[in-house]
Ligand binder design. Sequence first.
Ligand code: NAD
Length: 304
Amino acid sequence: LNYTIAFIGLGNMGGPMAANLLKAQAKVKVFDLVPGAVAELKSQGATAANSAIDAVDGADIVISMLPAGKHVQSLYLGDSERATAGLMDVLGKNTLVIDSSTIDAATSIAVGTALSEKGIRFLDAPVSGGTAGAAAGTLTFIVGGEEAAYQSALPVLQAMGKNIFHAGQNGAGQIAKICNNMLLSVLMLGTSEALQMAIDNGLDPKVMSDIMLQSSGRNWTLELYNPCPDVMPNVPSSNDYKGGFMVDLMRKDLGLALDTALKSHSSTPMGAMAQNLYNMHSMQGNGQRDFSSIFELFSAQKPK
Ligand code: NAD
């Protein structure tokens, strides 16, 4: 990749994503509030920056991978309370900005609009595939923004991901991502309750899973992420629900989904139920465990 790329936010996802850009021979300048995260990427060949403004100096492309909407907003638009400048005041015209954080569509659109008024191109490009996908370079990118900007971003996204989709205009990537994750939460719950009912009635969960996989209940959780312990090897349920996708991240995405539904007057009773059950599960001390641990909500209640 013959680009200079600024990468901001080197956490569980951003760190390995930036590492894949280095492997693709891009010149990568990195910044994170955590100095250790910057040092790790520096050891892999990146240039360490001591601020976001320093990182974007001379960059053709800026990628951000931050926790939530408020971080993305203050990075690009500045923070009046803390009197910090935003990148919108320093980025050159025609810079391509790709925000891969999962945030609310309204913030993404506000940032995209402010940047495009300055001639800076902006894409929302949230990802699916988790930390394993980030490390392996097999993420799915779900992109919102102008077609021309999307085409320019493709080679860079392909260095970090396998499946790249253009969902529509700015904000559409975020909407598509949370619609998918809302469905995933519902599938995880439905699969869990069906498996536990089978177990309660004397069936083997492996046999039940095989039956549903070849029947009309088939879905992604049965294919790749069975929530019942010891049905599948190498999934979080067979490792005390460690690793994978945390309950609290699913809660965050369900919060974004339900906020969206409120704004668009959409009926999402299943999503609302899933949000309630995931909140309850988190409050019982499971926030840091994998989201398939929701299975225990059903398995804990053995019949008399
Ligand atoms: P993380 O908390 O591990 O990393 C976020 C990083 O951003 C941290 O290192 C933090 O120090 C840094 N940061 C925060 N504010 C900053 C600022 N102003 N300037 C520079 N750095 C700053 O989070 P993560 O797991 O990498 O997730 C990032 C995003 O990706 C989130 O929106 C999350 O919802 C989404 N996501 C995560 C997963 C997953 O499995 N972890 C999967 C898909 C999508």
